[in-house]
Structures are given as C-alpha cells and as structure tokens.
Design a protein. Structure first.
Length: 385
C-alpha cells in the first residue's frame, strides 16, 4: 500500500513530529509513505527559519522558492497532480479543503478510486458562515472517505455538515511534540530566576506567544490586565509578556502607552525551539483569540504544567481546558468575564501547582504517539485492510 500526504508548508514543525511517526509506523508494516509539501513557509513566517532537522521522513517541497500565498493556481494544480500520478497512491491524506488545487486532487481520487482522508480543522464558531461556502464545503466532505478532525468542536461541525459518524475517524489529527518541548523547557527553567532578574520581571507573569493580529484580541487582554492590577490585592506582583510580532503591534504599543502601564513587556518573535524559554518566564499562559480552529498554545502550556486562560472560541478549550481544574475558559467578547478570570488567577497562585499537574495529565492523552496511532488506523480503515 502507498500513502501520499499533501501538506501546505514545511515550516509546521508540530506536523513534522506526526509525519515522522507515521513514516516509522508504516515502514514497519511495509507501507510506503511520502509527503508533498507545497512550500517552505508562508509570508508572515518567512523571517523565521525552517528547521529541516525535524523532518525525518520522505518529502518534497514543490515550490521551494515561493511563499505559499505566492504560488499560482495553475502551476500548483499541474505540479501537484503530476506528482500524484507518478506516486500512484492508494490513499491521499490531505490537509484541508480551502485550496482550490485540493479540489482537483479530490476529482483525481474519485476518478481513480483513491481513498481520501481529510484533515478537518474548522469549527462552527470560528468564522462567519456564508451559505454558498457551506454548500461547497458539504460537497467536498461528502466525497471524502474519512475525516481526522482537530478536536471535538471540529467533529461536531462536520456532523452538522452531513458527515456520517462512521467517517469521523479521529478527533486528534495533530498536536505538539510534547517530549521535545518539555525537554527544552525543563533545561531552560533552571535559568528562570536569573533571566527574570535581568529583565526586571515581577514575581508572576501571564504569557502570550503568537502573532499580533486583530483576531488574537490582545487589546482586550491588555485592558483586562491593566484593570485587574488595580482590583486585585496581588495585582502589582504581576506582569504580562507578549511574545511575537504582527501588524497590530503599533496599536498595542499605543494602548499600553495610553494606559501608562509599565508591566506589559514585548518580546521579539523567535524560532519554535526558543519559545519554551519564553514560557519559563511565565506562570499562566493566555490565549484570548476571537476564534482559533484549535490553538496549539494551549497544548504547549499544558506540556509545561502551566495553568491556562483560554477563550471559549478556541477549539482547544473544549478538549483541553476544564474550569477550576487546569485553568479557565472565558468569553472573549465579554470584557467582564475576561477581567474576572484574570483576577482569579492573580488571587489564587497557591492553586497553580495543582492546576498545572491536572493539565499535564490532560495533554498526555494528546501525545504524538497516540495521534500517530489513530492516524495510521484511519488509513487502514478507509482501505478495509
């Protein structure tokens, strides 16, 4: 049997661990596995290095000279289909339906009796739903042989789009490299106090790591933090670390200046293997987004045994966050709710160790090995082997 994965960008280091695991598992079963990566990265991440050392599986980058957004549709379709025909797969593992080129892959599968397993990462509340797009989505999904969904919310949405329960093969299609990240974190944690002293950080810190764009809702987070500092008796012992970059940063800088708050600190973007260092400086991880298909910030924080504050519009909240057990969910459109949750964290630092341990147990069920095992089972299930 031959399985071909078609993926958008090689930069996705978290996917690399999954592809490596799939390759290792399938090789032991004498099944050939190959990955077509469309590009190295996307425009917003071109400044970040693509770490080739983590990609230890057979792959080819089809457009190494371009960002994913700059690849022309016609060239993409012809190059993808040429490699599909040459490989002659029994199963294609496709990372989504959003790219028009993937519709040509779907047609190829139907004409050549190739089984199609789809990564489905959307959830119902992540974006405004447009009727004609929903119709096309239903058409695409109805022609897939199986879906591996990114969390419970994605699976629920697939059901609403008419996908049969028997076609939902897993609710875990990707995660983070738990062991690799934890190893870096534990090593760097030894320098936590020294680094905090050098940077002049307070005793406790919230930390956000990601892009600075409007949908991340960072302005609301900053306002809630600023207000919570005034209300909580422990407020002045807290800081807020914002790690990343993006077009929304100037607005955030102006907001902080207007609030005259010296406890919000920006840190420049960094490579994936440097992100754990940022987390060693924090005590609570925050993901305040207006929507996220999932939000791997949550996974990563739980690997480090950190309590979390996660927007309930993020797919990860439903699967990984239990109120007052390993953190709290909140409504990102409700400023009062966010403020109350920030204050709760500030006032209950004595719970962090317990919440962190609880979160560690939850994320253990999302380890790469478990995810790989479910994906491999999915490939065999659609072929009936």
């Amino acid at each position: 049997m031959k399985i071909l994965a078609i993926h958008n960008i090689l930069w996705s280091h978290y996917k690399a661990r999954i592809f490596c695991g799939i390759h290792e598992s399938l090789s032991a079963k004498n099944v050939q596995f190959f990955v077509l990566q469309l590009a190295y990265s996307e425009r917003s991440r071109l400044a970040l290095k693509t770490d080739l050392s983590v990609h230890k599986y057979p792959y080819k980058v089809l457009f190494p000279e371009k960002a994913i957004e700059d690849i022309g549709l016609v060239k993409k379709v012809f190059r993808v289909l040429a490699h599909v025909r040459a490989f002659k797969p029994d199963v294609i593992y496709l990372n989504g339906y959003y790219d028009l080129a993937y519709w040509f892959v779907l047609v190829y599968c139907k004409l050549n009796n190739v089984k199609l397993v789809l990564d489905f990462e959307s959830n119902e509340i992540s974006r405004q739903r447009i009727p004609w797009k929903e119709y096309l989505k239903k058409k695409f999904l109805s022609n897939c042989d199986g879906l591996v969904c990114l969390g419970t919310k994605a699976a629920e949405y697939a059901l609403k789009l008419g996908v049969g329960r028997d076609k939902i093969l897993s609710i875990r299609n990707v995660g983070v490299d738990n062991d690799a990240l934890l190893s870096i974190y534990q090593t760097e944690y030894l320098l936590r106090n020294e680094r905090k002293k050098e940077m002049g950080l307070p005793e406790f810190n919230f930390v956000y790591a990601g892009r600075f764009v409007e949908r991340k809702n960072l302005d609301k987070l900053i306002k809630a933090f600023n207000e919570a500092q005034k209300i909580s008796g422990n407020g002045q012992s807290w800081g807020l670390i914002l790690s990343g970059e993006g077009g929304y940063k100037p607005k955030l800088v102006n907001l902080i200046s207007d609030l005259k708050n010296n406890s919000v600190i920006f840190m420049d973007p960094c490579e994936w293997y440097e992100v754990p260092i940022r987390y060693t400086l924090g005590d609570v991880a925050v993901l305040p987004s207006l929507f996220e298909p999932f939000g791997f910030v949550t996974n990563e924080a739980l690997v480090y045994s950190m309590p979390v504050l996660v927007s309930d519009r993020c797919g990860s909240a439903a699967d990984l966050v239990i109120d007052n057990h390993n953190g709290f969910q909140f409504n990102p459109y409700d400023e009062k709710d966010l403020l109350e949750k920030v204050i709760l964290m500030m006032n209950h630092t004595e719970k962090f160790n317990e919440w962190g341990k609880n979160g560690s147990k939850i994320i253990a069920e999302w380890s790469p090995d478990i995810i790989v095992n479910e994906l491999v089972k999915s490939f065999f299930k659609v072929t009936g082997k």
